[in-house]
Design a protein around this ligand. Structure first.
Ligand code: URP
Ligand code: ZN
Ligand code: ZN
Ligand code: ZN
Length: 472
């Protein structure tokens, strides 16, 4: 089946122009004016921008964490993502020490295979480096197409890896062509500060933020960046929340280190005072790193604008307020960390970023899709609008006004972190590999239609026999 998307304004990371798009089967077959209408379903995109489908590089779907499991799984999570204009997610596959990596990957395939509405891929968590892990990693990259590895510098006694593990992961990634991702907070210092707070009877949600101050994020970010420089490797810092971490990334980049940074919508529009909400409501905003003083927001926006940070992830990790967040009613350390963010990533960046003149329209596309595709080996199959690319497309009405609310969202969770936020701009229809998954704001997809995406090595193009290098 052919589709001809007419009258829209195409926006890529590089250009904004008026042209029509011919979709044949799963891919973009032609871009131009006066394309033949014969045999094609006409899709009118008048008044809309046409963006490449969003790529969310940071989700936790169906993930066991904090004594419970995230509320959104691959079905509800990817459906909500689709409504928000995201057509690919890269989820974090957790591993367990002493167990084969391939078992963990198998578990994640089982969680996603019959459920995903949109395409998906996995990053792999590395918690130890030993002969078994080193033996498995070449197949992880070359056969599973997993070219990014996550190291946690926080969550002591749960996920936290030591510096030797981080350094050896950096060295291995350099050799094999992987990108190392870090959750950069100093877990040892946080562990001390939380124990001290609890001993002093400080149990409310706000102490989650007060026991993980910006300095512990800045310190860990600087440490990871320095080790990356020493290893001559490549690093991607997830969920950057504060000026302290931005400074360390800027410093590393100015030295020529291959260091990249992601922030998330929550850090751009919410602040630490949300954790002080009465009646335990602050628990809704407990995630790590925590929300910061408002002054950090300008620094994050500026870092996005100037390219010190390059991508926007959601860090989707949702737990119900009732029945999950309240595990920590008497003790903030027992509140499951994470929030429901996957659905409104594009809307918030467009409304708060583009509409308010903080970033350009083309930067918006780069941050929500193109740069992520390049960094994580999905480009040019995903991440752009070009002949031969997957027809992952978002018809986005830049004038639509909407108030974000749990009453209208599509996530399975019982609250929305952005409740009441007014946004301008909304996805109207979303295509994934040429099929509508959202049409005129109605769900048109199907669980299980999403396909697993093998990714190229760091800095290489996908789907070419010689894998030529790309500059990211
Ligand atoms: O609090 C958060 N961010 N939960 C998800 C796990 C992580 O650290 O990314
Ligand atoms: Zn067809
Ligand atoms: Zn994290
Ligand atoms: Zn995360």
């Amino acid at each position: 089946m052919k589709k001809l998307i007419k009258n829209g304004i195409i926006v890529t990371a590089a250009d904004t122009y008026k042209a029509d798009i011919l979709v044949e089967e799963e891919q973009i077959a032609a871009i131009g004016c006066n394309l033949p209408e014969e045999g094609a379903e006409i899709v009118d995109a008048k008044g809309c921008y046409v963006f490449p489908g969003g790529i969310d590089p940071h989700t936790h779907l169906d993930m066991p964490f904090g004594g419970t499991v995230t509320k959104d799984d691959f079905e509800s999570g990817t459906m909500a993502a689709a409504f928000g204009g995201t057509t690919t997610v890269i989820d974090f596959c957790l591993t367990e020490k002493g167990k084969p990596l391939k078992d963990a990957i198998q578990t994640w395939h089982e969680k996603s295979r019959d459920k995903a509405v949109i395409d998906y891929s996995f990053h792999l968590m590395i918690s130890e480096i030993n002969e078994d892990v080193l033996g498995e990693l070449p197949a992880v990259i070359n056969e599973e197409g997993i070219s990014s590895f996550k190291v946690f510098m926080a969550y002591k006694n749960v996920f936290q890896a030591d510096d030797e593990t981080l350094f050896r992961t950096l060295l291995t990634a350099k050799e094999l062509g992987g990108l190392v991702m870090v959750h950069a907070e100093n877990g040892d210092v946080i562990d001390y500060l939380t124990k001290k707070a609890l001993a002093e009877g400080k149990t409310d949600p706000i102490y989650h933020a007060l026991t993980r101050p910006p300095e512990v994020e800045g310190e860990a970010t600087g440490r990871a960046a320095q080790l990356t420089g020493l290893a001559g490797s490549q690093l991607y810092v997830v969920h950057v929340s504060c000026a302290d971490a931005v400074e360390k990334i800027a410093e590393a980049r100015s030295k020529g280190f291959d260091v990249w940074g992601e922030t998330c919508p929550q850090y751009l529009v919410l602040d630490q005072t949300y954790l002080e909400k009465p009646d335990f409501e602050g628990a809704k905003y407990v995630w790590s790193p925590p929300l910061r003083d408002k002054k950090h927001q300008d620094v994050l926006w500026n870092a996005l604008k100037t390219g010190v940070l390059q991508t926007l992830g959601s860090d989707q990790c949702s737990f119900d307020f009732k029945g999950q967040k309240d595990l920590g009613k008497e003790d903030f350390t027992k509140i499951p960390n994470g929030g429901p963010i996957i659905e409104d990533r594009l809307s918030i960046l467009f409304s708060e970023g583009v509409k308010k003149g903080r970033i350009s329209l083309n930067q918006f596309v780069d941050m929500t899709s193109t740069k992520t595709a390049k960094l994580f080996g999905l480009y040019p199959k995903k991440g752009t609008i070009a002949v031969g690319s997957d027809a992952d497309l978002v018809l986005f009405d830049p004038a639509a006004e909407r108030t974000i609310s749990a009453e209208t969202h599509h996530m399975a969770v019982d609250y929305n972190a952005f409740e009441g936020l007014q946004v301008t701009g909304e996805p109207v229809s979303v295509l994934s590999r040429g099929e509508f998954v959202v049409r005129d704001k109605q769900f048109a997809g199907r669980a299980g239609r999403g396909q697993y995406q093998k990714r190229a090595k760091y800095g290489e193009l996908l789907d070419t026999s010689e894998n030529p290098k790309i500059s990211i």
